[in-house]
Design a protein around this ligand. Structure first.
Ligand SMILES: Cc1ncc(C[n+]2csc(CCOP(=O)(O)OP(=O)(O)O)c2C)c(N)n1
Ligand SMILES: [Mg+2]
Length: 340
């Protein structure tokens, strides 16, 4: 394949600088730990509530992938939009949405962000610039590109951060979106969360090109592979990609190499991978343990770290309590918020 004459991909490569993840200050490490622990404890509780029958329908947990949304969020500023698929609880919490409102949506209660009518996969908050929560694999990619088009049209400097999975990356509308985004230089960061599986299918069984950072090459969209288990690497890559977009240079692709510990959804028998594979990632790469170990090495006391965890559990317990006691929506709600 001949290289493009003027390669924006090369230009982006040159701007990237050092490959080593930027060091965090102690405050950044603590903030990242707080946010990742909140997501993990929230997801553990959601799993428990699902097992008790308090949550119905679909529910996809984000455990293992926490560093991706937390690192990206650290690179954003107010006004930037976030959109993702159905594995969305972590994205909402990272955006600053209230754990109570998210959990109450999972249990189908009035106080949920979608008034209990959307469930786990369909949650939105215009106030926090979170645009869902989408159950159709890949659909959010066109919508996220549309958000970027709106930013461009309005000449603001906001960036759309559009998350999707390795499986979704094989959908046709992704490439129609890539074409338009580069053609019109739209400010969108495509974050491909490569957690190695789409339901029970590994990337090597489903994808002809498993280096997802290259998926934009024929459109001249630069991309890079990122250690999505290291929150510092995510933040550094996010800073670089967001700066590219804000400078009016068009879209950017970040392939986050990550891993989900739990099944695809709550009804996944997980026969497509070994227990050892999961345990190895947990043991060697866990995003939360990495930060904890760095903080301990920097002489932050075990007590302080335990207090952060206790606080996350408190928030989650209060959310679970609210989500089980808040009333269900009135029957009349069946007729509101729907197109007829
Ligand atoms: C258009 C469409 N096709 C198929 C499905 C069924 N489906 C739901 S999730 C999924 C796998 C997607 O995997 P990936 O994009 O890697 O995301 P992950 O679940 O790993 O986060 C499939 C095929 C769907 N929801 N929508
Ligand atoms: Mg996947």
């Amino acid at each position: 394949m001949a290289a493009p004459k003027k390669s924006v991909v090369k230009e982006a490569e040159q701007e990237k600088g050092s490959e080593a993840p930027l060091e965090f200050t102690k405050e950044q490490e603590l903030a990242a730990l707080r946010d990742m622990l909140l997501i993990r404890r929230f997801e553990e509780k959601a799993g428990q509530l699902y097992g008790m029958g308090a949550i119905g329908g679909f529910c996809h947990l984000y455990i293992g992938q926490e560093a991706v949304v937390v690192g990206m969020q650290m690179a954003l500023k107010k006004g930037d939009q976030v959109i993702t698929g159905y594995r969305d609880h972590g994205h909402m919490l990272a955006c600053g949405m209230d754990a109570k409102g998210v959990m109450a949506e999972l249990t189908g209660r009035r106080g949920g962000y979608s008034k209990g009518k959307g469930g786990s996969m369909h949650i939105f908050s215009k106030a926090e610039n979170f645009y869902g929560g989408h159950g159709i694999v890949g659909a959010q990619v066109s919508l996220g590109t549309g958000l970027a088009f709106a930013n461009h049209y309005r000449s603001n400097d906001s960036v759309s951060v559009t998350y999707f999975g390795d499986g979704a990356a094989n959908q046709g509308q992704v490439y129609e979106s890539f074409n338009m985004a580069e053609l019109w230089k739209l400010p969108v960061v495509y974050v491909i969360e490569n957690n190695r599986y789409a339901m029970g299918t590994s990337v090597t069984r489903s994808s002809a090109q498993t280096d997802f950072s290259k998926r934009g090459v024929s459109f001249n969209i630069p991309g890079e592979q990122v250690d999505g288990m290291d929150v510092r690497a995510v933040k550094a890559a996010g800073d670089n990609a967001i700066a590219w977009c804000r400078a009016g240079k068009g879209p950017y692709i970040l392939e986050m190499q990550t891993y989900r510990y739990r099944g695809h959804s709550m009804s996944d028998p997980a026969k497509y991978r070994t227990r050892e594979e999961v345990e190895k990632v947990r043991h060697d790469q866990d995003p939360i343990e990495q930060v904890r170990n760095r903080l301990l090495a920097a002489k932050v006391g075990e007590d302080e770290l335990k207090a952060i965890d206790a606080h996350a559990r408190e928030i989650v317990n209060a959310a679970a309590d609210f989500a089980q006691h808040d009333p269900e929506p009135e029957t009349s709600e069946l007729y509101t918020d729907v197109y007829r």
